[in-house]
Design a protein around this ligand. Structure first.
Ligand code: UGA
Length: 442
């Protein structure tokens, strides 16, 4: 099937590549000429495991093309995806300007009956807006071409995006039109073997499903962070509590890891956007507001532990090694990353930072630039050189089992602040280091 996809960010690029991988003829469109040129030369703008070879193979096999030419990409395509960003505007609502700009472009260029598929994370009611924009463009052209707008939210995770896309646990298709649903089923048939993963529903329910999924996951995390904060005060260990509740299948093992707060381009933005949607609909979203407030406070918790150790002005003049800058492992993405809050707090308190991340160093240089109180290090070991203490912010695999004796030797103040509960406190303390974790009573 011929498919056009607008937007070559995480969602558009991964979706387009996976659709090409299963044999569809995909053209990805972006307004950024440099990005398109790069992609046509095999330069992938994001770090995502497994993506680069897949892009190159499908590009070489002429199943995957990149262009800025919207008109030729849309051409005779029966399916056109919208996969552009929906950043928060000032009040936290999703900003639809990019989605609606693509809708205008689609309305200007479609030639044949088209199913427009919205993959961007958009507030409930956006499909109707997209429909109205396309209809207005068609009537301005004086043509009458049939089209439908389907909501097909994506559920891929950064770092696992290719696997999530190739093996989806569900494919949500929101449409009232049986022909559109049938076409979506044909498009996704290669991903839908063995058992039916397509969940059909109305458009608004599909739009809300995306937010409900992310808000539920964010809620689990904030809930566990609150339990961690209670544990800390009552002398319990949240890691033991986690072990004690996860085996109940109604709770489950996923997304109950307390830590330095959730970040990334999705949870913070989507929880806020859903809260604004609720408010606009006349409902005060008490739970969502609390989820966000708990997370915001949690991002400052690691610094509170550092201050607790050093005393109120004792952080001044210290050098802290920071392991992990990305908002989670296996990505170079630092959007809303907890590391950013920690670094700002350390600098405000007069500390210096020696930072290392396996993938996000370029991104960190871009964000922070050159400054006297930040040293970008080439390895986890190098970050320890001349440091007084270590703070771990992201749970990258290489950080999971360091040589504690080496840590003890390297860190002048012999203290570790473990923002992801990676280490066994007893083991670390046996090596002669002080230990602070999240919700562990120390
Ligand atoms: C999230 C969802 O998991 C995807 O299903 C969704 O498609 C995506 O948003 C999206 O809307 O595009 P992502 O933001 O890539 O995916 O990352 P997650 O793996 O969900 O992690 C989000 C944050 O939560 C990270 O900062 C992570 O460290 C934190 N987290 C996660 C915890 O603090 N504790 C946990 O137990 C799990």
């Amino acid at each position: 099937m011929r498919v056009a996809i607008f937007g070559t960010g995480y969602v558009g690029l991964v979706t387009g590549t996976c659709l090409a991988e299963v044999g569809h003829q995909v053209t990805c469109v972006d307004i950024d000429q440099a990005k398109v040129d790069g992609l046509n030369h095999g330069i992938i703008p994001i770090y995502e495991p497994g993506l680069e070879p897949m892009v190159k193979e499908n590009h070489a096999a002429f199943r995957l093309a990149f262009t800025v030419d919207a008109a030729s990409a849309i051409g005779q395509c029966p399916v056109v995806f919208i996969a552009v960003g929906t950043p928060p505007d000032e009040d936290g609502s999703a900003d639809l300007q990019y989605v609606l700009a693509v809708a205008r472009t689609i309305g200007r260029h479609i030639q044949v009956p088209t199913v427009v598929v919205n993959k961007s994370t958009v507030p409930v009611g956006t499909a109707d807006k997209v429909r109205a924009v396309i209809a207005a463009e068609l009537s301005a052209r004086g043509v009458d071409i049939a089209f439908d707008v389907v909501s097909n939210p994506e559920f891929l995770k950064e770092g696992d995006a290719v696997a999530d896309c190739m093996r989806p646990d569900r494919i949500v298709v929101g449409s009232a039109n049986a022909d559109s649903v049938a076409l979506m089923r044909r498009l996704y048939a290669p991903f839908n073997r063995n058992h039916d993963r397509v969940v059909e529903m109305d458009v608004r329910s599909a739009e809300l499903t995306k937010y409900a999924a992310n808000a539920m996951l964010a809620t689990k995390i904030s809930f566990m962070n609150e339990i961690a904060n209670i544990a800390e005060r009552v002398g319990a260990d949240v890691e033991q509590v986690r072990q004690g509740i996860g085996s109940d299948p109604r709770i489950g093992w996923h997304f109950i890891y307390p830590g330095a707060g959730y970040g990334g381009s999705c949870f913070p933005k989507d929880v806020q956007a859903l809260a604004r949607t609720a408010q606009q609909a006349g409902l005060e979203p008490r739970l969502l507001n609390a989820v966000e407030a708990v997370n915001d406070a949690q991002k400052g918790h690691l610094f509170e532990l550092i201050q607790r150790h050093y005393g109120s002005d004792g952080v001044r003049g210290r050098t802290i090694a920071v392991w992990g800058l990305a908002f989670k492992p296996n990505t170079d993405d630092m959007r809303a990353a907890s590391s950013r809050r920690l670094l700002e707090q350390l600098w405000d308190a007069g500390a210096c930072v020696r930072a290392y991340d396996p993938e996000a160093m370029d991104e960190a240089r871009r964000i922070f630039g050159q400054r006297g109180d930040l040293v970008f290090c080439d390895s986890a070991g190098a970050a320890l050189d001349g440091a007084d203490a270590l703070a771990v912010v992201t749970e990258w695999k290489p950080f999971r089992s360091p040589d504690f004796a080496r840590l003890r030797e390297a860190l002048a103040d012999a203290v570790v602040f473990d923002g992801r509960n990676l280490y066994d406190p007893a083991e670390i303390e046996a090596a002669g280091l002080a230990y602070y974790g999240i919700g562990r009573g120390r």
